[in-house]
Design a protein around this ligand. Structure first.
Ligand code: BG6
Length: 470
């Protein structure tokens, strides 16, 4: 994220009345404005199917900012932000959008369902909005190898790869970006960051929310495609990549790509799928997935997915990686735990110690943003009693400032043309190749009660270890 405003450009949001625009994009643009990080000149052109006037669009944007903006809503800031906003219904055609774009450069954000990607990309190109455009594409980038290749071909029919920004908002999170600083900005971790010292790695993206009225979307997507194959894989690539020679976009993305090249394709036995039934989350009764609006009563779509995977390279061969994600789990938490090899217990046996818990390093991405190292210490007293203790760093207490939202960082980078935090076509393709064998042969979904950590089979998948969060 830059500290100065990006170059002048217009911003076109296609799908501007949708959920993502309301919850994330408009509040993020407003907050960039508040922080002085929008281009000095340029319109924000909303575009969608709804036939609404400029005024109605502004009202909608104001309501969205009031509800979702990180910095709240400030009337004086709004007064200077609002004149940038304008709206074109798609029925008026993209020529109208082009006429409103008065600057040679622009960002075009496709915040639309995957089924609309292809026709919209053609229409944007036919209206002459290719030169000077940077195109942001929202996930899912296809739903399997074939459809993702079709999407990539469609994009490349009109746009160079250097114009394309595939957004995975996890990469914009402050704590996710900190993984690289933590690993490569400290000399003590590099030597222990390998199969020599690491026993296994776990990564959990647990959400307590359900599908939030997105039944139709979720029925087409499922947890595997919604989070595991993209957000979880992206974080894993940062945790496991080699140090790039420089911090520029291609050097970083090349190293991430090599991780995907070394990942062993998944097999059905490496995967557990689950689906929540009714239960209680945070003391409140919630209905099961099959009772949600827009869900087929016999749906086999998973709301939970766990995988065991291997990275067959010199650094990681033999270290299992366990990733899981689910809706309606016990609580909202996203964290990676690196579990180190156990220390030999021999020295302590005469003192009655039969086992030592392994050292762990836990990187919590949300809701708290922290890093915690667990190690063994002697409990006070005449005997040698060994207890685990922790050393912790939290963003809150060390920096005392609220980090920018992922979408603010990513929109700002996109306007700067910095592709470092965006997924590259060849890596997206490889990520699909790794999961394709499972998409072709999905294991059955197993029920789990809402408010739990998922089906029991996920606990069996990780044996002889245990999930850190359970
Ligand atoms: C989105 C998924 O990509 O990420 C949602 O489509 C999910 O289903 C969301 O809820 C989670 O994002 P975050 O930032 O709240 O962890």
């Amino acid at each position: 994220m830059s500290l100065t405003p990006p170059p002048d450009q217009d911003i076109v949001i296609i799908g501007a009345t949708g959920d993502l625009a309301k919850r994330k994009l408009l509040p993020a643009l407003y907050n960039l404005h508040v922080g002085g990080l929008l281009p000095a000149k340029g319109k924000i052109i909303g575009c969608a199917r709804s036939e609404v006037s400029d005024d109605q669009f502004c009202e909608m944007a104001a309501a969205a900012i009031k509800e979702f903006s990180r910095t709240g809503f400030d009337a004086a800031q709004w007064k200077t932000f609002q004149p940038r906003l304008t709206y074109v219904a798609t029925s008026e055609g993209y020529d109208e959008v082009r006429k409103l774009c008065l600057l040679p450069d622009r960002l075009v954000y496709l915040s639309i369902p995957p089924s609309a990607f292809s026709a919209t990309i053609d229409a944007v190109a036919a209206a002459g909005l290719v030169e000077g455009t940077r195109l942001i594409v929202e996930k899912p980038f296809g739903r399997d190898v074939e459809s993702s290749r079709q999407l990539a071909d469609k994009i490349h029919e009109h746009f160079e790869e250097s114009q394309v920004l595939r957004i995975d908002h996890y990469l914009g999170k402050e704590t996710v970006q900190n993984i690289l600083v933590f690993r490569f900005g400290n000399s003590v971790f590099e030597k222990v960051w390998s199969r020599d010292m690491i026993e296994h790695v776990q990564f959990t993206v647990a959400e307590s929310i359900g599908i939030e009225g997105r039944g139709a979307f979720y029925e087409e997507t499922g947890a595997f495609r919604d989070i595991l194959q993209n957000h979880a894989f992206q974080v894993l690539s940062l945790l496991t990549m080699e140090a790039p020679a420089t911090f520029d976009a291609e050097a970083v993305r090349d190293e991430k790509h090599k991780v995907f090249e070394s990942m062993r394709p998944l097999e059905a036995c490496d995967v557990v799928r689950g689906q929540y039934t009714s239960g209680a989350v945070g003391g409140e009764r919630v209905e099961g997935y099959l009772e949600e609006d827009g869900v087929h009563p016999e749906s086999q779509v998973e709301t939970f997915a766990a995988v065991r995977l291997c990275i067959d390279n010199w650094r990681w061969a033999g270290v299992p990686f366990y990733l899981r994600t689910g809706k309606r789990m016990t609580r909202q938490v996203t964290e990676a735990t690196i579990v180190f090899r156990q220390a030999p217990v021999h020295f302590f046996r005469p003192m009655g110690v039969q086992e030592l818990a392994p050292n762990t390093l836990t990187i919590t991405i949300q809701p708290e943003e922290s890093i915690t190292f667990k190690f063994m210490a002697k409990a006070p007293g005449p005997d040698v009693e060994i207890e685990p203790v922790t050393m912790s760093f939290t963003y809150d207490s060390s920096f005392k400032q609220q980090p920018a939202e992922a979408y603010e960082t990513l929109l700002n980078d996109a306007m700067e043309g910095d592709q470092t935090l965006f997924a590259r076509a060849d890596s997206v393709d490889l990520a699909w190749e790794i999961v394709q064998p499972v998409l072709d042969d999905m294991p059955p979904v197993q029920p789990y009660f809402a408010g739990t950590w998922g089906p029991r089979a996920a606990d069996e998948l990780i044996l002889p270890h245990k999930w850190h969060l359970r």
